[in-house]
Design a protein around this ligand. Structure first.
Ligand code: NAP
Length: 286
């Protein structure tokens, strides 16, 4: 049985890193200030907003929820323009889901890259081509943090990332290349996925198809990082499954469970991005 790579202790270590940055900024009289922008009519969003408020207070950051005046793109863009212009706001979270007709990418591109705590502004995605970017998309960065925490050798390793989305698979592949891995980026048009994944020392699944990766598709003792979150009905109950079949644990040397693996690390990285952007803003205004 492979070792589960649990997200909670990794998230805890990241929190300590954030607290260090916040403490350092506090000693200079600065407190990071985050704003979550929402339409304000979605029950699930309200739960997330409540959790974000608690995390912000635990990490010593100011936090505020801003509601767009109408569920339209124009109203969101006006709010973003005002947040961009506000020197007291160091970071903005654009809360999903957005109302129908409001495109996430349009809003994300309008936000200043210096306040983009999710790391998804085109400028910040472009900066992933540079060494040591300040922020990266949280889920992609979480893949790296899980591998580092599990002491997985990245230099020279064969890593297959399955899924090439703009904010998960592609940036994860770039971050892995930066760590000297030999990376293959597979997707829905890849021929013979099993032959590709079987070559890998590490398989990163970022697809959104429950159980796509089966034990026969990995080599013995490979490491599996499972980004996928798939809600499935089992025996009349809702449950969450990853993109890797649970039986992967019998063949892998280590794997991230779903839930409890990549997810908590992704959340922690939002706060690290927020802290890093606040520090960068302070440094560039000195
Ligand atoms: P996405 O935008 O839908 O992209 C999915 C990718 O998977 C695409 O590149 C697609 O290929 C590829 N794909 C689809 N079917 C495939 C198949 N049969 N074989 C190989 N590749 C296939 O999804 P995403 O936003 O990247 O999210 C991926 C998963 O991660 C989802 O389950 C999502 O819920 C989860 N997620 C988790 C977290 C977390 O914190 N853990 C955060 C964000 C997302 P094409 O490009 O060819 O279409």
């Amino acid at each position: 049985m492979g070792t589960p790579i649990l997200g909670a202790p990794i998230a805890h270590a990241l929190d300590l890193e954030v607290l260090e940055i916040v403490k350092d900024l506090a000693s200079r009289g600065v407190m990071p200030r985050l704003v979550a922008l929402t339409a304000g009519n979605d029950a699930a969003s309200e739960v997330y907003l409540g959790r974000q408020a608690k995390s912000a207070s635990r990490l010593g950051m100011a936090y505020e929820v801003r509601r767009a005046s109408a569920p339209t793109e124009a109203a969101f863009l006006a709010e973003i323009d005002s947040l961009n212009a506000d020197p007291l706001v160091s970071g903005v979270i654009i809360q999903m889901p957005l109302p129908q007709g409001v495109k996430a990418e349009t809003l994300q591109s309008r936000l200043s890259p210096d306040k983009d705590v999710e790391g998804v502004h085109p400028t910040n995605l472009g900066r992933l081509l540079e060494v040591s970017p300040v922020v990266a998309p949280c889920t992609a960065a979480a893949v790296i943090e899980c591998l580092l925490a599990a002491d997985v050798e990245l230099r020279g390793s064969e890593i297959v990332v399955v899924g090439r989305s703009r904010i998960v698979g592609r940036p994860a592949a770039l971050l892995l290349v930066e760590r000297d891995a030999t990376v293959t980026l597979a997707h829905s048009r890849s021929r013979d996925l099993a032959a590709i994944t079987r070559r890998a020392d590490v398989v990163v699944m970022a697809v959104g198809r429950a159980g796509l990766l089966t034990p026969a598709m990995i080599r013995p003792n490979a490491v599996v990082i499972d980004v996928g979150i798939n809600e499935v009905m089992k025996d009349g109950k809702r449950s969450l499954l990853g993109d890797a079949a649970p039986e992967i644990a019998d063949v892998a040397s280590a794997f991230t469970p779903v839930p409890g693996g990549v997810g908590p690390v992704t959340v922690a990285l939002l706060w690290r991005n927020a802290a890093r952007l606040a520090r960068k803003a302070y440094d560039s205004n000195r």
